[in-house]
Design a binder for this molecule. Structure first.
Ligand SMILES: NC(=O)c1ccc[n+]([C@@H]2O[C@H](COP(=O)([O-])OP(=O)(O)OC[C@H]3O[C@@H](n4cnc5c(N)ncnc54)[C@H](O)[C@@H]3O)[C@@H](O)[C@H]2O)c1
Ligand SMILES: [Zn+2]
Length: 376
């Protein structure tokens, strides 16, 4: 039930304890170049199909291929266009055709090389091709390294909403190559940082305190700070996932800030105007403010959160993302359509204090409406 941590010198390592579906997460620089060696013991057949996107392929496809070839692993690659628009059924249909055209068998290993978009679509392909083939996650965005590559959620978007098609399907290995973040646009680094802050706020006040001191170094990709933050985040997620793989209980706490965030993303069109991690950062600020309004959390904590989110260059105000008071009703409507809705009631994850959040099943809708109207 626990995640174990061992340091090997070259990289840090922890295990997601899920019995026979358990797997290791390795964190450190240079893992892409060593992928062939690290994957080898897991292969049932010496064949791998790499799924990636154009941006990532430019930097990391060649070194990954070389590493596989060096270890006698036959490899093919499918390169997708970048962006959230790729995570749909049309691209999925073409992707599975392209993968099948490589002549795969049950023992073939799929390798997801990229951010959360690649991880989600490739993971879903692995879950469904030949009723399930093994896959390895090589996350190359900070968000994917601390969140989407761990835990086994795979998904596609539909016109009815995001992530509405998917499967719980765990990878066999996660290689979080921290050196690959060097080419990631700064804004994407900050967005990933939003998810790291989430881990501190949801259940580790000391980690949040550490982020207040080290957040800048981390966003500058200082090696020690970066590795520690990725490890702490993955460890927390691994422990939660091991205890509640299919989100029937505590795993929902990982959605802290996300009901607000999904409404904001829906309102802004899931695009460049507001990145997911930015929406989560603003969502957490709103959750703290709303908790203060309900008398559940202290103004002091809420102030501290806002300060830190702002210092990280992430949005703290609805106005900053171009939303005004007139958006309040629409945001509420979007919140009512969130996947976490049960019986028409809005479920929110709200804080009691920094490091302690809980699930509120039936959030007071009218108070929420008033709060949003004032916030915007
Ligand atoms: N499965 C889960 O548990 C889970 C959790 C959170 C988010 N997600 C999903 O993850 C997706 C968002 O993931 P994301 O933020 O990683 O976005 P992304 O995959 O779109 O990557 C962001 C951008 O960075 C580029 N990029 C990626 N790595 C790079 C690198 N090393 N150097 C240069 N450019 C690089 C990509 O091409 C893309 O343009 C969403 O679809 C979201 O729903 C899934
Ligand atoms: Zn998220």
């Amino acid at each position: 039930m626990t995640a174990e941590v061992t340091a090997t010198g070259a990289f840090d390592q922890l295990r997601v304890e899920l019995g026979e579906r358990g797997y290791d997460i390795l964190v450190g620089p240079g893992l892409i170049e060593r992928a062939g060696a690290l994957m080898s013991p897991l292969l049932r057949r010496r064949q791998a199909v790499i799924v990636t996107d154009e941006n990532v392929a430019r930097h990391y496809l060649a070194p990954l291929r070389e590493s596989l070839v060096e270890h006698g692993i036959a490899q093919h690659a499918v390169v997708l266009p970048p962006g959230e628009g790729t995570k749909d059924l049309a691209h999925f249909g073409r992707l599975v055709d392209d993968i099948l055209a490589c002549g795969i068998e049950r023992g073939t290993m799929l390798v997801a090389l990229g951010g959360g978009v690649v991880g989600d679509i490739a993971g879903f392909a692995a879950a469904t091709l030949l009723r399930g083939i093994d896959f390895v996650q090589i996350p190359t965005t900070l968000l994917a390294q601390v969140d989407s590559s761990v835990g086994g959620k795979t998904a596609l978007d539909t016109r009815f909403g995001k992530n509405l098609i998917g499967a719980f399907y765990q990878p066999r290995l996660v290689l979080a190559d921290t050196a690959s973040l060097a080419t990631l646009p700064r804004r994407e680094v900050r967005a990933g940082y939003g998810e790291i802050v989430k881990y501190g706020l949801m259940r580790d006040a000391d980690f949040f305190g550490w982020l207040e001191a080290k957040g800048r170094a981390l966003c500058d990709l200082e090696r020690g700070a970066l590795t520690r933050a990725v490890m702490v985040s993955c460890r927390m997620k691994a422990v939660i996932v091991a205890a509640d793989e299919r989100e029937e209980g505590d795993r929902a706490l990982l959605n802290f800030g996300h009901t607000f965030a999904h409404a904001l993303e829906t309102e802004t069109g899931f695009g460049d105007r507001l990145l997911h991690g930015e929406a989560v950062a603003l969502g957490m600020v709103l959750a703290f403010d709303f908790a203060v309004r309900l008398g559940l959390a202290s103004g002091q904590d809420s102030h501290r959160v806002r300060q830190h989110v702002a210092a990280a260059g992430l949005p703290t105000e609805l106005a900053a993302i171009g939303l005004s008071g007139s958006a309040a009703d629409r945001l509420l409507l979007h919140m009512g359509k969130d996947k976490k809705v049960r019986d028409g009631a809005i479920t929110l994850i709200l804080p009691r204090r920094i490091g302690d959040v809980f699930v509120m099943r039936d959030a007071p809708v009218e108070q929420l409406r008033g709060f949003l109207a004032e916030a915007a």
